[in-house]
Ligand binder design. Structure first.
Ligand code: R5P
Length: 288
């Protein structure tokens, strides 16, 4: 087995290779220093992968990383790999998991069709709607990021976990079991891409250190709204914790209300505090 990392996921890909005790294959992402002037992607494998089982690690966010993934998968197949596992730490486009309006595409599935061109199976982490994986043209499964986050929150002596919406309940349930911490959830209604409303609810958080746990932080609107509610109810310390930290637009400013921001390395950011390499290594070892 060998591990190849796309440019969105090199630290995680290297950590995974170390966990698995297998070689990491370097890739060149620029033909000439500075890359192509028009911004097109370029990949060149700098090691042999013929007859190998290759694990290709690449988050599909932002969009250029999708193209780079497709180029890498093709290069790996052309170079004679016998099996290619697409390991997509954060599956970009997962939130368009159905046709909300006539004429739309189910983007999560569109991406999977293209991934399937050169990959035999797909592993991802804490996807927005795990049901979508059943519709993919290759075997696809989800690995939970909560053990990694739960270990961190336990060490940080968090007293309480809060899901900012019903979709995150499965995360706080699992995290609560790992860190022996009580949890609760809020009900959220999205107004637009940036604003959400949260129904008021009495929470047992007075003087507590609380972590708001979500799958994704994008603009930070969801977490900031939940954090305001926690402050209003007397929480002493508020942590924003997520598996996938995108932190787009004004997220940093929105989240100033929190005492700390924590994310995993599915998306590399200044707030990456914990690696999910052990979780993915266990999932790779468990493949048939
Ligand atoms: C949506 O249901 C997701 O689980 C997240 O709550 C959402 O994507 C977070 O987005 P934002 O940070 O922009 O509020």
């Amino acid at each position: 087995m060998k591990v190849v990392g796309g440019s969105a996921s090199i630290p995680l890909a290297r950590a995974l290779a170390v966990e698995l005790g297998v070689p990491f294959v370097d890739v060149s992402f620029e033909k000439h220093p500075g890359g192509f002037p028009d911004g097109e992607s370029y990949v060149r494998l700098l090691g042999q992968v013929a007859r190998e089982h290759v694990v290709l690690v690449q988050t599909t966010h932002p969009d250029p990383k999708v193209v780079e993934f497709l180029l890498l998968a093709d290069a790996i197949r052309d170079a004679g790999a016998r099996r290619v596992t697409a390991l997509i730490p954060y599956y970009g486009y997962s939130r368009q998991d159905k046709r909300f309006l006539e004429g739309e595409t189910v983007s999560a599935k569109t991406l999977a069709k293209h991934i399937a061109l050169n990959c035999d199976e797909l592993l991802t982490m804490t996807i927005h709607n795990p049901e979508i994986l059943k519709t993919f043209p290759i075997p696809a499964s989800e690995v939970s990021g909560m053990p990694a986050l739960g270990r961190y929150l336990k060490a940080a002596k968090t007293d309480f976990l809060l899901a900012p919406d019903e979709n995150a309940v499965r995360l706080v349930k699992e995290g609560g079991a790992i860190s022996s911490t009580p949890w609760d959830y809020l009900q959220k209604e999205r107004i637009d891409s940036y604003r959400v409303e949260i129904a008021s609810k009495k929470l047992a958080v007075k003087d507590k250190s609380v972590a708001i746990v979500d799958d994704v932080i994008s603009t930070g609107g969801t977490i900031a709204t939940a954090a305001k509610e926690l402050r209003r109810q007397g929480a002493r310390h508020v942590i924003a914790a997520c598996i996938h930290g995108l932190f787009v637009n004004n997220a940093e400013a929105n989240l100033k209300i929190c005492d700390d921001l924590i994310a995993t390395d599915t998306v590399q950011s200044p707030h990456t505090r914990v690696s999910v390499a052990p979780e993915f290594a266990a999932a790779i070892r468990a493949l048939d």
